[in-house]
Design a protein around this ligand. Structure first.
Ligand code: SAM
Ligand code: SF4
Length: 354
């Protein structure tokens, strides 16, 4: 039995578990707005090989002391718990750049072992993927998204503050060679690269990649995001429409944030995640773990719950599950970017995990 005080396990008190008033008696990660989280994002590092201006500061994020990062064993335990007890069906590893964790294969293997039915995916900038991919696939990795905003070397170097486009291409070639299909490419919409969007789409079609553009969210560490500078979905469609004939497809999965368009006569498509102008918060099915082991119920919600404290305090699976459920029950309604007085969250994207 865990130590208790006033009926609450001490490890939960340390983590300040929020109220669950009104919560139905269900194992699933439900919230007050009727949403159910089944898609887990796990950030595993704040380090990165790039410095994308919409994400990181030029000098990188402050280093997280090694002892504060969840270990491969701890991640495996939490992924297993999420899958077994909380109804989570997918886990995506992200960061920072997940390939910078030397124990990445171990993280995947422990997760696959603890949650044998879960789908394991990773979002990466692709740098170094060619060297790591065989061991990662063997460890249980199933799906890979590569982030790539432009195929123009100078624009890439300016946007990411690193001249490493060729390394990204090498990673993408390796993913293809390993049979990862479809290979999804994520591109953040920025004014400086918008004129290259049609070239990027043509390249994605030629290279059999599924391209998805994402509206930039106010999650840059430099806090330079301004609504009036946003390149929105409509502006992108206008640019792509000068080269391609685009036909919108019916969305078959309402929880998928991407709206899809068929390109010319198909079979290729292009997706747009209009996170700002056509928010999909109402259908959000995400729950997040930060690299330090806090549950973050929303990208824009700074009220995190310290699961690592419970875990390292000797908390049981039941305590961890109860705390995670309570954190998700209190998930906010939406990102609120368009609301008057909106304040961006304290953590930037690289410190949350996109
Ligand atoms: N380093 C890996 C990568 O770039 O794929 C994983 C971490 S990164 C934070 C995850 C995703 O978030 C990337 O696709 C990136 O483009 C996206 N992202 C970063 N900052 C963003 C922002 N301000 N708005 C929208 N997407 C952003
Ligand atoms: Fe690094 Fe990914 Fe952020 Fe770019 S988007 S700086 S690659 S974490």
């Amino acid at each position: 039995m865990p130590a208790t005080f006033l009926g609450t396990p001490l490890s939960l008190q340390r983590a300040r578990v929020p109220s669950i008033d009104g919560r139905p008696d269900t194992d699933a990660l439900v919230d007050r707005f009727g949403r159910v989280a089944r898609d887990l994002r796990v950030s595993i590092t704040e380090k990165c090989s790039l410095r994308c201006t919409y994400c990181m500061p030029a000098e990188g994020l402050p280093a997280i002391p090694r002892r504060d990062l969840l270990t491969a064993d701890e991640i495996g335990r939490l992924v297993g718990l999420a899958w077994r007890e909380l109804g989570v069906t997918e886990v995506r590893f992200t960061g920072g750049e997940p390939l910078l964790r030397n124990d990445l294969a171990e993280i995947f293997a422990k997760s696959a072992e603890a949650a044998p039915g879960i789908g394991i995916a990773m979002t990466t900038n692709g740098i170094g993927l060619d060297k790591r991919l065989p061991s990662l696939l063997e460890a249980g990795l199933q799906r890979v998204n590569v982030s790539l905003d432009t195929i123009n070397r100078e624009h890439f170097a300016a946007l990411t503050r690193r001249d490493r486009l060729e390394s990204v291409f090498a990673g993408i070639r390796a993913a293809h060679a390993a049979g990862i299909a479809p290979l999804k490419i994520n591109a953040v919409l920025m004014r400086d690269t918008l004129h290259g969007a049609a070239d990027l789409l043509a390249w994605a079609i030629d290279n059999d990649c599924r391209l998805r553009f994402i509206e930039q969210m106010p999650l840059d560490a430099d806090a330079l995001w301004r609504r009036e500078n946003l390149v929105d979905a409509q502006e992108l469609l206008d640019v792509l429409g000068t080269r391609f004939r685009l036909t919108q497809l019916v969305r078959d999965d309402p929880s998928s944030p991407a709206e899809e368009w068929q390109v010319d006569d198909g079979p290729h498509t292009v997706g747009i995640i209009a996170s700002v102008t056509r928010s999909f918060c109402d259908a959000c099915d995400r729950t997040r773990l930060t690299a330090e082991g806090t549950v973050r119920s929303c990208l824009f919600g700074d009220d995190e719950l310290d699961l690592r404290g419970i875990l390292r305090g000797g908390g049981s699976d039941a305590e961890l599950a109860a705390a995670w459920r309570a954190a998700m029950w209190n998930k906010q309604a939406g990102h609120g970017i368009s609301a008057e007085g909106f304040v961006p969250p304290a953590r930037s994207m690289g410190a949350i995990g996109g």
